[in-house]
Write a protein that binds this ligand. Sequence first.
Ligand code: DUC
Ligand code: ZN
Ligand code: ZN
Ligand code: ZN
Length: 483
Amino acid sequence: MSTVIKNGTVVTADLTYEAEVRVEGGKITEIGQGLSGDTVLDATGCYVMPGGIDPHTHLEMPFMGTYSSDDFESGTRAALSGGTTMVVDFALPSPGQGLLDAIQMWDNKSTRANCDYSFHMAITWWGEQVFNEMEAVTKRGINTFKHFMAYKGALMVNDDEMFASFRRCAELGALPLVHAENGDVVADLQQKFLAEGNTGPEAHAYSRPPAVEGEATNRAIMIADMAGVPVYIVHTSCEEAHEAIRRARMQGKRVYGEPLIQHLTLDESEYAHPDWDHAARRVMSPPFRNKQHQDSLWNGLASGSLSVVATDHCAFTTAQKRTGVGDFTQIPNGTGGLEDRMPMLWTHGVNTGRLTPNEFVAVTSTNIAKILNCYPTKGAILVGADADIVVWDPEKEKTISADSQQSAIDYNVFEGKHVKGLPRYTLTRGHVAVMDGEIRTQEGHGKFVERPPVTPVSKALSTWKELTAPRKVERTGIPASGV
Ligand code: DUC
Ligand code: ZN
Ligand code: ZN
Ligand code: ZN
C-alpha cells in the first residue's frame, strides 16, 4: 500500500518547495511531481513537514508519591493529534535500581505507544553498578543520560556524582542532559516559605527564582567543560540560564538549550490566580516566569542560541494536585502540553513573525533529531527517511479545551487559548493517525528508535586539555614533612 501526498508545499528546516511525497512501507520513497499511489492525501493549502519530535516527556512516571496520568497510549495519541510523531521519555531508576532494570520497566510500558519513541536514561544515584551499566545502556541505543540538580533527597545528584557521570558520558560518546536548578537552595527556600505560613502554589514559584536556575546552568556547563563533554540543558525557562548557554556557545562549547512551550506562552501571573486548583495545576519546575524571560526565550529560538522546543509533558489530575493543599511542596510538579506544543508554537511563533516556517521545523523536529543522533531517519523529508509527516493546515483553527483533548487529565493549562495552524493529517511511519480531525491511532504501532553513541565526541572545550594532560613539576628541594 502506497500513499501520495499531493498539492502541498514541502517545508523542511532549510527548504520550501512544491512537491508530492510518496510513502510506502513506512518510508518516504519518492519526492517529485506526477507520482502515483494507492491512496492520495490532498494537501492543498498545506505545508508538508517532518512530524514533530518531543524530546522531553514523562509518561506513567512514578513521581512525588504518585504516577503521571498520561501513559504511552494516551500520551502518544495526544502527540499525534497535535502533529508530533516521536516522543523521548525518561527511564528513571529508583534509588539503587539498576539502569537496565529501569529500561525493562520502560520497555513494558511503551508497548502501547501509538507513535515511535526513544528513551533517555536518568542517573538518579551513583555507584560502580551505574558506571558499568552505562556502557550497556549505550549499546541498547540510548546515548543520553539525564541528571537532576534539584529534587534533593530524591532524584538529585551531587556535583561529584555529576562530574563522574559526565566523564563517563565523554568516554562513551554519550550526551549528558541536565535539569538545572540548585536543589540545596530550593530546599532551603521551601522551608523558609512554609515556616512563614506561605503554603499556597504561588510559593512554589517564589522558592525557585531565576537565580536558582542560572546558577545551576552555569555550574552544569562548567562541569561539562571540565569533563570534556557537550551538555544539553532541559527546560531552559529564564534569561539567567539562557545567558549562560549563549555565552558558552559563543566560546565554542557544544551546549544546547531547550525552552518549553509552556514557558514561552504562559507567565507567572497564573500562580496569582485566586482559584487554588488553577494555580496548582500550573505548578511545574522550573515555574512560569515573567514577560522579560519569555522574550529572552523567543529571541534565543530566533537567533539560534536555543535549539529545541519541548513540553516536559508530565500530566497530573486535579485530584493528584490536591495532595498539596496546605503544603505547596507536596503538589506533584508537572504540566501537559504534548497535543498543544506545535499549534501553540505556530500560533505564537510563526503567525506573529517571530519564527519562519523553516525555523519552526528546525526547533520542533530537525535540530533535536540531529542532537539525539536519529537524523535523517527522523526529522527529515528525504527519500529513505521514516514517513513521520505532518500535513499542516495554517488556516485551521480551534480553541484549546480539556473537553476535546486526548490527554487523560481533567483540565488543560492552555484552556481557552485560540490556535490557528493545526494538522490536517499526521502520518506515523506511513500510517495516517490523524485524518482531518479524526483520530485513527493504532495502539502498539510505535517502535523504539535506537540512537547509538556519537563518536568521536566533541572535545572543542576550553579546559579539557589542561585537565587531562597535567604537567608534573620537577622540584629540586622538598622539605621533610612536619618540620
Ligand atoms: N519538572 C516537572 O515539572 N515535572 C517533572 C519533572 C520536572 O523536572
Ligand atoms: Zn526537569
Ligand atoms: Zn522533565
Ligand atoms: Zn481565529
